[in-house]
Write a protein that binds this ligand. Structure first.
Ligand code: MG
Length: 404
């Protein structure tokens, strides 16, 4: 398997003290974004915030600007008025401007924490400019993994995983990717673990959002309930670690303490353990290859009694099959699955689609799409647009009452 990245030494300034890394946080008001700023505020000698972008949470964004004093902030779905923003902080409103700013020579690290395929444009721009990207936006790799990994290799950037499972694997590999037999992604199983297929027909939005171990945004929480999150993570691991899907396993581990395993050819297995707290993988991506004290919760070994494992129930949660299928096919399949899932999850959250239909709609759209094995980035974005339309068409043709 190829090496994910090689660390590059920070430039040594004349004073002998490394200069602070200049960080842009894309998606700064979401769950990962706020945790990132929490980590950065604990390491003021290492990092400074130069740019923050959010979709629509204006007050939160402006409060972050007042606290971190970035050079610019961007609100891509707002009224375009800077209003009460601090003087001296530039106010951007267009994604193209953000994409241009992340390429600036002044930027060292871009934390990509936007939800969904909307995160691709700026992540791509950062990698195009050879930046270090701490990637929480797994959709970038689900949609365009093959092209993104080629771009990283071509432009000399670095892609460091923030997703807890992929961070665990990255930590276990520790820069030596030789001799890997198998990657084992762990998953909590979500709020509906142990239920039968029939029992999922009437689950509510509130039940789906009640995750047993992680506190996250609504999209990824619903993905965890369908196991689509694990399906997307199989695809993410396939590209990030260059690992064929038949060497990627998924195991349910309800405690969410072991974040993943790597099995090596000699039979040795390395894992990474910590309480479910995203600040640890975020900080590791930022300080890699160094380790620093972290605000994340620590394991209390006296309170631990047992770890449990079980195979995923692929009858009840067919999303995993879609993940493996898409990881094996590559091409436009990831863009189509991801877009279909985004629209279907939105419809579920709006109470327009029953829970089991999220994955059913994804299956239907994936089956209806004209597969292209070697798409360009534009081709992937076109496949994404097509899939969004197709889900809307599928749901309008199949109102809940008439579905089998
Ligand atoms: Mg994860």
């Amino acid at each position: 398997m190829p090496v994910v990245t090689e660390p590059r030494a920070a430039p040594a300034p004349p004073t002998g003290r490394p200069r602070r890394q200049r960080v842009v946080v894309l998606g700064s008001t979401g769950s990962i974004g706020t945790s990132t700023l929490d980590v950065i505020s604990g390491l003021p000698d290492r990092f400074e915030v130069v740019g923050l972008s959010a979709r629509s949470r204006r007050e939160d964004l402006f409060a972050q600007a007042a606290r971190f004093r970035p050079e610019w902030v961007a609100l891509v779905e707002g009224d375009g008025e800077p209003g009460e923003l601090l003087p001296g902080v530039e106010f951007l409103t267009r994604p193209e401007e953000v994409a241009r700013r992340v390429q600036s020579p002044d930027v060292d690290v871009v934390v990509s924490a936007v939800v969904g395929a909307a995160g691709i444009r700026c992540t791509w721009a950062a990698l195009e400019a050879g930046k270090t990207v701490a990637l929480a936006n797994k959709e970038t790799l689900v949609v365009a993994g093959e092209l993104v990994m080629s771009l990283v290799a071509e432009r000399g950037g670095r892609l460091l995983p923030v997703d807890s499972e992929h961070s665990a694997i990255f930590q276990a590999i520790a820069g030596r990717p030789e001799g890997i037999e198998r990657l084992v992604l762990t998953g909590s199983g979500g709020p509906f673990r142990g239920r039968s297929r029939a029992e999922l027909n009437d689950v509510t939005v509130e039940q789906a959002l009640n995750h047993p171990t992680w506190r996250m945004g609504p999209k990824i929480t619903v993905d965890s309930a369908t196991l689509m999150n694990k399906a997307l993570e199989v695809i993410e691991a396939r590209w990030l670690f260059g690992c064929p899907p038949e060497k990627i396993d998924v195991i349910i581990h309800p405690e969410s303490i072991i974040h993943s395993f790597v099995e090596f050819v000699d039979g040795s297995v390395l894992a990474q353990l910590s309480p479910p707290d995203m600040r640890l993988p975020i900080q590791y991506a930022l300080t890699y290859p160094d380790r620093q004290p972290c605000p994340a919760r620590k394991l209390n070994w006296r309170e631990l009694s047992a770890f449990h494992f079980e195979p995923p129930d692929r009858q009840t949660f067919p999303a995993l099959d879609l993940g493996y299928e898409v990881a094996a096919r590559g091409g436009t399949a990831g863009a189509v699955l991801n877009a279909a899932n985004e629209v279907a999850v939105d419809a579920f959250l709006d109470r327009r689609l029953p829970f089991p239909d999220i994955v059913r709609a994804c299956r239907a759209v994936l089956d209806a799409h004209t597969f292209d094995p070697r798409p360009t980035l534009d081709g992937l974005l076109a496949a994404d647009r097509w899939a969004r339309q197709e889900v809307r068409r599928w749901t309008s043709l199949n109102p809940p009452a008439r579905r089998p």
